[in-house]
Design a protein around this ligand. Sequence first.
Ligand code: GAL
Length: 821
Amino acid sequence: MKAKLLWYFLILILTFGCNKSQETRTVENFNSNWLFSLEAKKDSSYLEQTDAVWCQLNLPHDWSIEGDFNENHPATYNGGALPGGIGWYKKTFKVEEIDKLKEFYIDFDGVYMNSEVWINDHYLGKRPNGYIGFRYNLTPYLNFGEKENEIKVKVDNSQQPNSRWYSGSGIYRNVWLVKTDKLHINNWGTYVTTPIVTVDSATVNIETSIVNNYNETKNIVLKTTVLFNNEKITENSNHLNITTKNELTFSEELKINSPKLWSVENPQLYTALSEVYIDNQLVDTYKTPFGIRTFKFDLYKGFLLNNKSVKIKGVCNHHDLGALGTAINTRALERQLEILKEMGVNGIRTAHNPPAPELLDLCDKMGFIVMDESFDVWNNAKAKYDYAITWKEWHKKDLEDFIKRDRNHPSVFIWSIGNEIQEQWNEQGVETAKELKAIVRNLDTTRLITAGMNPPVNMDNQDVTIQFDKANVNYNALAASGVLDLIGYNYAHKTFEYHPQNFPNTPFIATETTSGLQTRGYYDQKSDTLKRWPVRWDIAFTGGNPDNTVSSYDQVSTPWGSTHEETWKVIKKHDYLSGMFIWTGFDYLGEPTPYVWPSRSSYFGVIDLAGFPKDVYYMYQSEWTDKPVLHVFPHWNWKVGNDVDIWAYYSQADEVELFLNNESLGIKKKEGDELHVMWRVPFKKGVLKAISRKDGKVVLVKEIKTAEEASQISLNADRNTIKPDGVDLSFITVSVLDKNGTMVPNAMNNIEFTIDGPGKIVGVDNGDPTSHASFKASNRNAFYGKCLVIVQSLNSDGIIKLSANSQGLEESSINISLNNN
Ligand code: GAL
């Protein structure tokens, strides 16, 4: 009997399993084995030149990050001072004869910028926007069988400046080859909404767009199944007719009992599985993850998620991944989100453009509230060659594609149609906003539409109490227009409390706040020089520290922003202030405000470019999470004669007592709305100890010791086991320690890395915004005691050994195992 059954299965596998033509949709990662060449001369016949130098690489790829920093690069230091240029990519591939009746599409998730694509020398088209995903149909131009196909992509990022931050250059996001039946669900072809949600049940509305490229009408069955944790919850089947060369959008409603809601703490996801049958044969399958949740921006109570108040504690982030440049890597993004989650962040604003699709997938899974942003400029430019050049021709298509691409993500709650758009001050801006709103509404009715505006009145006169008034010549026309569902503006925190008077009918979100400036690990003291105290943003650079450091106490910000504490104190005070997005979560390449060379990256991050938290991270952690926090800083390596300010952020405790060499320096408690306590302490070598207590009981103890000379290196990986897939990463923190294991806070030692086994070093960094060392080198200086090495797996099992050497320090090494589980 057993043998018979085995035969039966074997026959089944032979008939169906191995027959390729039985396959429904396949989505193949198309990143590997491309050839790349950076164009030396501007010449359209470049590809035919025999001296073109091609190198082989895998996507995603950012060629700018491999270049040298130079003040004279046309991107300027706002763009990160790295080179742009024109790059060519090409790849050959075969398509099997058996697939002759199939359709083939190539999907680019994002190419910066001005991409043009050819298949077998047939021109497929151009896409100027560097952030949006796009697709081409390859089918009519393909060779099937043994003859190769060649895809060519030209990427033109030569006209600069075209961005106010580092953009990266190249095919920096994923590429997919999609094979479908002639009848299939369209690209971004589903739209899932949940119009009615109660504790007992949820109504799920699913629109599915199906295209029929056969030369005849097809009778099909569309079967939609809702899954939770891979288990079927409900399903629905419908017979439909689709005429030849037509697209049909079918809408259906399904009911889910006792729905599991998506929330920030518990981001539960469902999947809609769409299956299309012709004559009982499955021809297409398509999966749409979605979430069930209700939300509202209330005029008085702020943001309500599933009827519960949730303050949006958000950050803005640009899209670069530090040393990796803009080349997308899911683990690198996930690590950023993990670090933010630890800080208590629950919101992300995708400043100022469509993010990588993987970011939204992660936000869905990890529970973040996303403000999804489309543009930094409309028709009026901010940089000479920016998006304004292509605005007229492309904005409709770009915005439509953006909404279609992102509208099923439960993490997306707000659409932003622009950031600090120049036209906001006049009627032209209002008209454009109306047009954009109509485009968005036509495709999604479920989210609120806002823009990161400048304040509602021009703040030049600095009268923050001014009432919003149309009689005021400086009023913000877009804010006044009533077009936006949510009034969102950047900075001007002192006006926030006037919001209910200024805009009694529209809820509020602080789309961008703070712009604090800090160098991780560096601290100015009052006793140093008067020039540095209090530290002002303008002298912080022009008359400030010659090495362009900015003190890490939360005391420096741009004049349009505030210290971190100042803005958060306002936001936390009123329920009607639904939340804020700090500028920024992470430091980013470019915009080294206030613009003094050799700085080439920003100082705004709560976390530095390498991913190391600055001190103010712990202020947020003490305010934004429930865990007990005691963070005491700075270090304890000063000169005798220095008076040193010791700050402590703490939570889940009533008081903190500080001791120096076991002698109490007194107990401090936060008074009023204070968010930290401080002692000014004359330096004496030894041990500072802080104890936080609640009701007299010890909650946490922290010690900071005077470090001796540097003598050893510690290596600490965020993950000691990674996947052997050629993509996964381990982020290794390198610290310089003294002989007792105390970090040496001023250590700048150069450390050389060597690697053995199936891995490679793909980036090094230390968070220093002024460094011009290459991110791709195999050595790095420690910066205030620390640096980072990023190791990527190769495609085989084994153990990677990373070793760190530095003159005068003991050698150190760490093992990273490669394992699929
Ligand atoms: C804002 C702008 C951001 C960034 C920031 C720096 O006005 O929206 O993109 O430039 O200033 O403080």
